[in-house]
Design a protein around this ligand. Sequence first.
Ligand code: KG4
Ligand code: ZN
Length: 357
Amino acid sequence: RKYANILGIETSCDDTGCAIVNENGKLLGETLQSQNLIHLRNGGIIPDVAQDLHRKYIEPTVDKTLKTAQLQWSDVAAIAVTLEPGLPLSLAIGMKYAKHLSRKYNKPLIPIHHMEAHALVARMQHDITFPFLTLLISGGHCLLAVVQDVNKFQLLGESLDCAPGEVFDKVARRMKLRNIPEYSQLCGGKAVEMAAAKSTDVNLFQLPLPLADHKDCNFSFNGLKTSVMYQLYRKENEHTIEADKLIPEANDLCAALLMTTSRHLIHRTQRAMEFCHQHQLIPDNKKQLVVSGGVACNNYIYNTLTQLCKEFDYEIYRPEPKLCTDNGVMIAWNGVEKWRKNIHVTQNINSLDIKAV
Ligand code: KG4
Ligand code: ZN
């Protein structure tokens, strides 16, 4: 039998992604056009710039995906596209183009929630059954949820302020890690990870554990960010650092940030595991944790989570790094999951609109 092919489009932040995955979960083609270098040069993402780049890249990205998959539009059953959350200007380009394609080739659209896609993509490569616990850690989000079904997520907790990836990106920029050639092309999170690995004194800085006394599953990273920025400021004054130079303790400060972030993530995930046990949200004989989102690429964080899972008898699953960060594959895969169950497959494309544009 011939499997239906779902084409996915992702433009929620600063990556223009497209992929085609068939109903059986086989990846047939993918393209990812990153804007990272341009935004690094600008010192952060400027929404108008991101939008212009998506506008420029979207058509070639989709065309290239079909070409690498050696498929025609007649071979595509439906188009999955990120509806939310994300930068409204960026989201609007993907949605507008998906609608255009939907009209031109008469294909149904499948709206996708970006965070749900981050979690579900783990099921493309692993035999993970519902329900499962998920920890999603990225540049824009930090949340714990029980995934009961393809479109049924029970939120257990989320960040009260900023996201861990955002803190890594801001600290890396403020520390000027980019001035080290080895790190110059990397996102902040990866640069912090590499610098931390070179630390010779991981206990030099003591950073406060966020929400230490709170018995819920929420997160907070603002205080941690402020503490790191303060230590940085203090050391810069202590040494009178030249412009464009790093403080000598940069690696140790990165290590402290990474360790404390990790402790916080584990503290909250353990709380979620206990909560799931108490309320029987996760069956005792099949305990699964999916960790995904860009920050899940971090091996230190992943390893500490693996330890926690061992202790609590959970299987841990992490998509491969290129599927943890933003990509079109996860959107196409989520499209497949919805297609199989006929959820939200819509001909009424006018009902899909990005809010606040
Ligand atoms: O999921 P993602 O690609 O985009 C969002 O939806 O936010 O995540 C991007 C974030 C960035 O903040 C980046 O610094 C972080 O993921 N990141 C990492 C690592 N690789 C990417 N953070 C820590 N360690 C890494 N190895
Ligand atoms: Zn993301």
